[in-house]
Design a protein around this ligand. Structure first.
Ligand code: DSN
Length: 487
């Protein structure tokens, strides 16, 4: 299923979308032609590169067009039927539809469609857990100081006001997210935090180690979910651990929400029946607009529903409308085919790397992402990311467990299959992508900077970037992005 062949749509849909964009760009051009130009160039760039960033995708024209309306002009702080502004009847319709689709799609008791991003969704979830589980959480004003000027003592006092609560989440270098208790992030400041990692030998989650840590630390919140862990998680086991220590299980499924929606992750791998609170973004494997969602059991629903204005600014009603459209698309049977293809294609990419002797964290994948250890090529993540970009391959550098090059230069490259699967790539194309990536990295050498060895500088053997770019263009031309859309 390509981005333009959303359920029940085909050539006529593409032609209509094309007319809509042409007209819209003429209108924009009449006011600020440079923005119209940049918009055209962005489409051209996305069409001409192998997009392998695991957190990106291509939303359908229906989803994209829904964001460009006068819902953007409306203030609607509050919640459905209970707003701080007048005349929100149509926003109520939009938000209720988005929530209804989310509940039905994921089988959730309650859905909150307002978060502007995944980080916002996690903050709403943390607030709701504190407000529900801690008596008099006491989150008062921070005082006159700017947040960057707060000392450790200030944070200590703030935590005390919130009840000195503890959070246990997956560490950033083993695949967790900043907001899962990473010390420099607000989640690692507002809670006493502890992190669990993966088995140093296999790279897999070690549930016994998570349980031991939870027994010792006794967190209020156990966070599961990941941004760069290439394997599935058994959420039934995580819930058992949470129950044993009396913790709330929160799952951040931002990366794999599309695999949950498409029923690739079911049973113990579906977080929704097991977690108290589930957060997600809507723009990654779920293929919707840029934004967030919170799903919750009835126990947490009243507190989540106060996300705005407790944690969030006014809802982006135009984006909530687009969430409703994307969730309606994800409820169609074609989305299951897409989700299965995302998993199969990631597998093909990983197999392609393994057969070319490239080192993978955990040795493979069983979700939508692959984490390549580029020390096997003698490179840092930064050098590899830049060299691949020179050849038209868009990826992002990522830490690997116990990364010797830290979080900036890193030693890994993260690849994801959701975007190119939307374009129509299959297993053969992903095997070819592995071939092209390996060709670039085998022909890239670290180079010295003005002051000696550099973790950023590199050279690529003559002609390799151009040759790979041309080979990538053949794959891209055979699988066009938004076919039929001309600007
Ligand atoms: N930035 C997202 C990602 O790339 O995984 C997570 O926030």
């Amino acid at each position: 299923m390509t981005a333009t062949s959303a359920p029940g749509q085909g050539a006529e849909y593409a032609a209509t979308a094309s007319e809509a964009y042409q007209a819209a760009l003429r209108v924009i051009e009449s006011v600020e032609p440079r923005i119209a130009d940049a918009t055209r160039k962005e489409l051209a760039d996305q069409r001409d590169s192998l997009k392998l960033i695991a957190s990106e995708n291509y939303a359908s024209p229906a989803v994209l067009l829904t964001m460009g309306t006068w819902f953007s002009d409306k203030y609607a702080e509050g919640t459905i039927g209970h707003r701080f502004y007048a005349a929100c009847q149509n926003v109520d319709t939009v938000e209720a539809l988005a929530a209804e689709h989310a509940r039905e799609l994921f089988g959730a008791q309650y859905a909150y469609a307002q978060p502007h991003s995944g980080i916002d969704a996690n903050l709403v979830a943390y607030w709701a857990i504190l407000a529900t589980k801690v008596e008099a959480p006491g989150l008062t004003e921070l005082g006159a100081k700017h947040v960057n000027d707060l000392s450790e003592a200030d944070w200590e006092s703030l935590r005390a006001k919130m009840g000195n609560q503890r959070l246990l989440g997956m560490s950033l270098d083993t695949g967790g997210h900043l907001t899962h208790g990473f010390r420099p992030n607000i989640s690692g400041k507002m809670f006493h935090q502890r992190q669990y990692g993966t088995d140093p030998t296999t790279g897999f989650l070690d549930y016994d180690a998570v349980a031991a840590s939870a027994r010792e630390f006794k967190p209020l919140v156990l966070v599961a979910g990941y941004s760069a862990y290439p394997r599935r998680v058994n959420f039934a086991k995580m819930r058992e651990i949470a129950d044993e220590v009396g913790a709330v299980l929160m799952v951040d499924m931002a990366h794999f929400a599309g695999l949950v929606a498409g029923k690739v992750f079911t049973g113990d791998e579906d977080p929704v029946p097991h977690a108290h609170v589930v957060t997600t973004t809507t723009h990654k494997s779920l293929r919707g607009p840029r934004g967030g969602l919170v799903l919750a059991t009835e126990e947490f629903a009243p507190a989540v529903d106060k996300g705005c204005p407790m944690v969030l600014g006014g809802p982006l009603s135009h984006v909530m409308a687009a969430k409703a459209v994307a969730l309606a698309e994800a409820r169609q049977p074609e989305f299951r085919t897409y989700a299965q293809a995302v998993a199969d294609n990631a597998q093909a990419l990983a197999d392609g790397f393994v057969k070319r002797d490239a080192g993978l964290v955990t040795g493979g994948t069983d979700n939508h992402l692959v984490l390549l250890d580029v020390t096997s090529f003698g490179l840092t993540g930064r050098q590899a990311e830049s060299a691949l970009l020179d050849a038209g391959i868009v990826t992002n550098r990522n830490a690997i467990p116990a990364d010797p090059n830290g979080a900036w230069y890193t030693s890994g490259i993260r690849f994801g299959s959701p975007a190119l699967t939307t374009r129509g790539f299959g297993a053969d194309e992903f095997d070819r992508v592995a071939d092209l990536v390996v060709e670039v990295l085998e022909n890239t050498q670290p180079a010295a900077g003005p002051n000696g060895p550099s973790k950023a500088k590199y050279t690529i053997a003559d002609g390799v970037a151009a040759r790979v770019h041309a080979a990538a263009a053949e794959l891209l031309d055979a699988n066009p992005l938004y076919p039929g859309l001309t600007l």
